[in-house]
Design a protein around this ligand. Structure first.
Ligand code: FES
Length: 273
């Protein structure tokens, strides 16, 4: 069992949990994820690690309530326990040797984009961050991104804060202004990552996306997380989660991510009742 040492509601339906997990904290790196179960009957869900404290032996995750399991997780309070917390899983994001990068985050995906931006920054790269949200009420980690970035653009869909519009438009402006990026790293909703990849492709800028398809075992055995990259089948849990965004078969990835939508909606409604 894993104890919640800190719980913070950071935005409506967006919660931070700091969890006692010393063995994971010892090895975790930006870009890796954990799989958790809230209770013994719970489903397994992957969540990317937001932060870790090797000395305290804790791992931080930030999640948005989007379904039955995140609804249940949102009711676990400080001092209480969750059943399973397994990791770190996946390959850490490659941050070595980059001189100038753009990090693009969408919504709660910014919780994962931030540690990657910080790692690039700590490794000596010039970091430009572009982070997008539905509206002002959903903006998270702005100060953290500002500390790790020499340029920060905050975008909102409804224009209630920062630049109005999508992250892809802000990214394109930065590229057209003459910024030569070694790499663009994107994490957020699948459609956002697809369109970031389409934006950078004509410029030939290497683009890495962090995929989070449906996962079950997290060890490459069940096949649940398979995606097609460059015509080859890959398992996001062991071959990723980072992949070349220009090589991902986005239509297949989107189709697979929507396979259980009806079931998920019913489970969520049951969890709320
Ligand atoms: Fe089962 Fe990746 S989660 S193969």
């Amino acid at each position: 069992m894993y104890r919640i040492v800190r719980r913070e509601a950071i935005r409506p339906a967006v919660t931070l949990l700091e969890i006692e997990a010393p063995l994971i904290a010892k090895k975790a790196e930006p870009g890796q994820f954990i799989i958790l179960r809230v209770d013994a009957d719970g489903e397994r869900i992957p969540l990317t690690i937001n932060n870790y404290d090797r000395e305290k032996g804790t791992v931080t995750i930030i999640f948005q309530v989007v379904g039955a399991t995140t609804e249940k997780l949102n009711h676990v309070m400080e001092g209480e326990y969750i059943q399973d917390f397994v990791g770190p899983l996946g390959i850490a994001t490659h941050t070595e040797g980059r001189k100038k990068v753009a990090v693009v985050g969408g919504g709660v995906g910014c919780a994962i984009a931030y540690p990657v931006a910080k790692k690039f920054h700590d490794m000596g790269a010039e970091v430009h961050s572009v982070i997008g949200f539905k509206s002002k009420d959903f903006v998270i980690l702005e100060d953290d991104f500002a500390a790790a970035s020499s340029v920060l653009k905050v975008c909102t869909d409804d224009g209630s804060y920062g630049e109005p519009g999508l992250v892809t438009a802000a990214l394109k402006t930065l590229i057209d202004e003459g910024n030569e990026y070694d790499e663009v790293f994107a994490i957020g909703p699948m459609m956002m990552m697809k369109f970031v990849s389409l934006t950078t492709k004509p410029y030939g800028i290497k683009t890495v996306v962090s995929m989070s398809p449906i996962m079950i075992d997290g060890t490459g055995m069940c096949g649940g997380c398979r995606i097609s990259v460059g015509g080859e089948t890959k398992f996001a849990c062991v071959d990723g989660p980072d992949f070349d965004g220009h090589q991902v078969d986005w239509d297949l990835a989107v189709q697979r991510s929507q396979m259980y939508q009806d079931y998920e909606r019913h489970a969520y409604e049951d969890a709320c009742n």
